[in-house]
Design a protein around this ligand. Structure first.
Ligand SMILES: Cc1cc2nc3c(=O)[nH]c(=O)nc-3n(C[C@H](O)[C@H](O)[C@H](O)COP(=O)(O)OP(=O)(O)OC[C@H]3O[C@@H](n4cnc5c(N)ncnc54)[C@H](O)[C@@H]3O)c2cc1C
Length: 373
């Protein structure tokens, strides 16, 4: 235990200054808080994407890397192109977003560039060490990434930000899923964000229970580029990610967890950014009025439906392409955006349920009803 005279007393400690920690810190209005984050924004750069409406686009404008009102999903037989008047598929630079948040933090919010260690949590708060200093906080919000469960379904990927030797056509369409790649090891697709006609993010993404060797994703990207005669002039950066598509277990049940650690990643898609923004706005508002309340990231119904989807995908990965293609074909652009954002209404759900293959989902739904998960 730490002796009190060596301990810095805090009102709110936010562990981790990533997407959730920074969103909460920047939305707090006058409540004293300290964010603990060991890495710089540049060290954590990657692409964070969401479906943004006009007002979100304006708010996030300093971090936007690219924005498309058209997106597509392709397999060997079909190409579904969506065009929206209300949403843009928007890619943010995590580095720019985090830098913007950090430079706009104002007292009484502080940032400590250090890792939190030896946390002893109790009744929502606790004691810990960071940067050789002892702290005690009345309330802790912990966003340290959750541990991945063995053999659980994950979305795993490598992305290359590249400059091409020659410009491409159709640089105004984002390719969310191009399934015309090796499907032998799980559901696999190429994701392409054209920031310009020569500047692209190209990712090889797998949804499966087994993380591949990094060279496997790299050769999938190279193969996809080569088939289209796209020559890489230079590689700007590479990103690697693993996103759990299973329910995460909190590090410590004595404190609140936010972000991915708090279950804010949509289980069927891996998207989290948009949900985190909404959830952190609500949390910050409740802290400001003195009655902190962490709202649920998703409704019970949505979590159930996503678990059914993942169960069906895990049982029949070879059907994955038809699940996604059927969903994209059943919905128009705005409905698809609502669906991906987790805001789909009854009509949108009915359209999806009508379109997808029934047997695997009925089986998965029955199993989900009788499971303890
Ligand atoms: C490469 C990648 C790309 C993604 N792309 C998308 C996307 O396009 N759209 C989308 O919606 N979601 C995306 N996701 C999902 C993603 O998990 C979330 O969008 C988002 O980053 C989750 O926010 P978070 O705050 O929970 O986690 P993070 O943003 O990862 O923040 C957690 C922070 O905790 C810090 N930390 C770790 N250990 C300690 C410690 N001991 N003490 C203090 N701090 C610590 C880390 O440095 C990190 O900054 C992506 C995830 C990855 C990994």
């Amino acid at each position: 235990m730490f002796s009190p005279d060596e301990t810095i007393e805090l009102n709110i400690a936010i562990i981790g200054g990533g997407s959730a920690g920074m969103a909460l810190a920047t939305k707090l209005n006058g409540s004293p808080a300290t964010v603990f984050e060991p890495s710089t924004a540049a060290e954590r750069d990657c692409s964070w994407a969401l479906w943004a409406n006009e007002s979100q686009l304006k708010k996030l404008s300093t971090s936007v890397q690219g924005s498309w009102d058209q997106w597509r999903i392709i397999d060997h037989n079909h190409e579904v192109v969506h065009q929206s008047d209300h949403y843009c598929y928007t890619a943010l630079s995590a580095e720019k977003y985090l830098n913007h948040c950090e430079t706009n933090l104002k007292a009484p919010i502080n940032l400590v560039r250090a890792s939190v260690e030896n946390l002893v949590a109790k009744s929502g708060g606790g004691q810990f060490e960071a940067g050789g200093q002892h702290y005690r906080a009345k309330t802790i919000y912990d966003s340290r990434p959750p541990k991945l469960e063995d053999n659980s379904l994950c979305q795993h990927f490598i992305g290359w930000e590249i400059i091409l030797a020659e410009p491409i056509e159709n640089a105004d369409i984002a390719t969310l899923m191009d399934f015309r790649v090796d499907q032998s090891r799980g559901l696999h697709f190429i994701y392409v964000l054209p920031y310009s006609d020569r500047h692209l993010l190209v990712e090889s993404t797998m949804i499966s229970t087994h993380i591949e060797d990094k060279d496997w994703y790299r050769s999938a990207i190279s193969g996809w580029l080569a088939e289209r005669n796209m020559q890489v002039q230079s590689k700007v950066r590479e990103e690697f990610g693993v996103i759990s598509m299973a329910t995460v277990a909190p590090h410590n049940s004595e404190i609140n967890h936010i972000g991915a650690a708090g279950g804010a990643v949509r289980l069927s898609s891996g998207y989290a950014f948009s949900t985190i923004q909404t959830q952190m706005s609500a949390l910050a508002a409740s802290i400001t009025v003195g009655s902190p309340h962490l709202p649920k990231a998703f409704s019970k119904r949505l979590i159930f439906m996503d678990k059914v989807f993942n169960r069906a995908l895990k049982a029949q990965p070879d059907q994955g392409v038809s699940f996604f293609m059927a969903t994209a074909r059943a919905l128009d652009a705005d409905q698809f955006s609502h669906f991906m954002l987790g805001n789909a209404g009854v009509i949108e759900w009915l359209k999806v349920i009508y379109a997808i293959p029934k047997r695997p989902f009925i089986k998965a739904a029955l199993k989900q009803c009788f499971s303890h998960d």
